[in-house]
Design a protein around this ligand. Structure first.
Ligand code: ADP
Ligand code: MG
Length: 242
């Protein structure tokens, strides 16, 4: 479903990602962990085509996207939804308009059907009846859920999450984790979740990849990661869990 082949990314001479090879299977929840600044967000932005690697290939749904013209890339993006680290809602639009945004951009769906879809997606994230609220009336956790409803509005095949539980209390984090898992089930989406939260990583992941200094230093099931003999992985897991 998603494949990165020998991907390198340099920012002004600094090598942020080094020779990344990663295959993410259809329907899988792949969790990416690693210290701050290790290149996790860069990796996500590459998968959704917001960044082009300095070298290497990014394949999405059996198509190589790095050399794709913008209009074709836009079509590929229709198959993806992204929950950004800072919810990134449009503050001047209602919750409903925020969720409708992608639907309006990417389809000629009639207005009535747009609102049916908006209400259904808001119900899925536990925000029934909130379509007329303004984002600034909502808590951080609710904003995050609006952002999730917006990401899944177009029924994407792939959902990318950048630190979806950052700044949330444990109960809300847990709610978001369960939504990630139920979203995968309901729309059968392949999910890539960047998180700093180990309990979240271990509870939702099919596989976990740890990035360190721009390289994947360990990858496997939660059990494999827990039992990793790589001292950097072991130390990171202990530190981040404590
Ligand atoms: P993470 O999400 O793991 O915290 P990032 O992917 O955001 O890490 O960043 C990895 C490194 O790449 C950091 O050192 C960051 O400063 C650098 N970086 C990220 N994006 C840019 C950019 N657009 N321009 C220059 N440097 C960047
Ligand atoms: Mg980041």
């Amino acid at each position: 479903m998603i494949e990165l082949k020998n991907v390198n990314m340099n920012f002004r001479g600094n090598q942020t990602l080094k020779d990344i090879n990663l295959t993410i299977e259809q329907g899988e929840i792949m969790v990416i962990i690693g210290p701050s600044g290790s290149g996790k967000s860069t990796l996500l932005r590459m998968i959704i085509g917001l960044l082009k690697p300095t070298s290497g290939e990014v394949w999405v749904n059996n198509r190589e996207i790095t050399q794709m013209p913008e209009d074709e890339l836009n079509k590929i993006r229709l198959e993806m939804g992204m929950v950004f680290q800072y919810s990134a809602l449009f503050d001047s639009m209602t919750v409903g308009e925020n969720v409708a945004f992608g639907l309006r951009q990417h389809s000629d769906m009639p207005e009535e059907e747009i609102w049916r879809t908006v209400r259904r997606k808001l119900r899925m994230v536990g925000l029934r009846g909130k379509e007329n609220a303004m984002p600034n009336e909502l808590s951080g956790g609710m904003k995050k859920r609006v952002s999730l409803a917006r990401a899944i509005a177009i029924d994407p095949h792939i959902v990318l999450y950048d630190e979806p539980t950052a700044g949330l209390d444990p109960i809300m984090s847990n709610t978001i984790d369960r939504l990630i898992v139920s979203t995968r089930r309901m729309i059968r989406a392949t999910s890539v979740v960047v998180t700093h939260d180990m309990s979240s990583a271990f509870s939702i992941a099919d596989r976990i990849a740890m990035i360190y200094g721009g390289s994947i230093i360990e990858i496997g099931t939660p059990d494999v990661i827990k039992q990793s003999e790589n001292p950097i992985v072991a130390k990171f897991i202990r530190g981040a869990t404590a």
